[in-house]
Design a protein around this ligand. Structure first.
Ligand SMILES: [Zn+2]
Ligand SMILES: [Zn+2]
Length: 327
């Protein structure tokens, strides 16, 4: 197999030939057909997440076909198309796992962060954490659903019943969740970097009723806001934009420090909360819903060996939607 390997934090990924791997008990091997590039991959490469493991193969929006099945796997077949998300394994016995919060597991494994991911021609996955995808939809188009879609979905659920919904940072996750929110009958208000009129136009084309800079106030108070951009200063900005009792959901795994702000911004029962990881139930719920909504992802495909260029383009906002690597 071949992979783009991160050998040391902050270095470029290196195209590497590796021995083929064999799935152990409970595991499957996929021939990777597409792998999305997520902002979290930048945090992995930059060493911004705790306890980084190197060498590591990044990538946790994996689409592939099963080409080997280990012992003790049931319900999956050779040749079947599946998706592998960020949560690669949970212990099943800690208090969080036992309480339907496996996203908060005490001993989790994360694809492309603590176990090898999908920037590769093949990947080994825990069979229990692979989602059967059926045959509808192109591999490249589906890949961003596996994290941008899934974490976005969990964030949207956390936002509650909000009719007027703000999305801060209009990238891969927001462009998917805007479509879901609109399908649910919500009004989407999109916030981008100041002056990024291309992203604002993109948001309007996906049904946003308003789009502007994150330094602007929306024309009406919001019921909730989801922060996809990893910028702590957006927390007080979003609190200013939500009504009494409104909610600000931080969707990212990493964020720059939140500046201090007057208590008055939080008062009147406004809430700030974060979203961590996903549960398998989130995946089942969202991947069941996505085809019915008819989500159209905007993707830019890169050959696998150009993963460094894809990461660089993501870092500098050079495309709308999501980047996807194709082996
Ligand atoms: Zn656990
Ligand atoms: Zn991700």
């Amino acid at each position: 197999m071949h992979a783009m390997v991160l050998n040391a934090i902050g270095e470029k990924l290196v195209w590497t030939e590796l021995p083929d791997r064999t799935p152990g008990p409970g595991q499957i091997r996929l021939k990777v057909t597409a792998c999305g590039v997520c902002r979290t991959d930048l945090h992995v490469v930059d060493g911004e997440l705790p306890h980084p493991r190197v060498p590591i193969i990044p990538g946790h929006e994996i689409i592939g076909r099963i080409d080997a099945i280990g012992p003790d796997v049931t319900g999956l077949n050779l040749g079947e198309r599946v998706g592998v998300p960020w949560l690669g394994h949970s212990c099943g016995t800690c208090p969080y796992c036992r309480d339907a919060h496996e996203n908060l597991c005490d001993a989790p494994e994360f694809t492309g962060y603590t176990r090898d991911g999908g920037y590769a021609t093949a990947v080994i996955a825990d069979a229990r954490f692979a989602f059967p995808l059926g045959e509808a939809g192109e591999d490249v188009a589906l890949a961003p659903l596996l994290c941008a879609g899934l974490i976005g979905w969990r964030s949207l659920v956390m936002a509650g019943e909000a009719r007027r919904l703000g999305l801060y940072g209009f990238g891969a996750a927001a462009h998917i969740i805007a479509q879901v929110a609109r399908w649910q009958g919500r009004e989407v208000f999109a916030f981008t970097q100041t002056g990024d009129t291309a992203s604002q136009d993109f948001a309007r084309s996906l049904g946003a009723v308003w789009a502007g800079g994150s330094d602007e106030r929306p024309p009406e108070p919001l019921d909730a806001a989801i922060l996809f951009a990893p910028v702590g200063a957006l927390v007080p900005a979003a609190l200013k934009a939500v009504r009494k009792g409104g909610r600000v959901v931080c969707a990212g795994i990493h964020m720059s420090d939140i500046p201090s702000f007057p208590y008055a911004l939080l008062w009147e029962e406004r809430q700030v909360l974060s979203v961590a990881n996903l549960t398998r139930q989130d995946g089942l719920d969202f991947l069941d819903l996505a085809p019915r909504i008819g989500i159209a992802t905007r993707t830019t495909a890169y050959p696998l060996h150009e993963a460094n260029r894809a990461l660089d383009d993501l870092r500098h906002g050079r495309f709308d939607g999501a980047a996807v690597l194709v082996p």
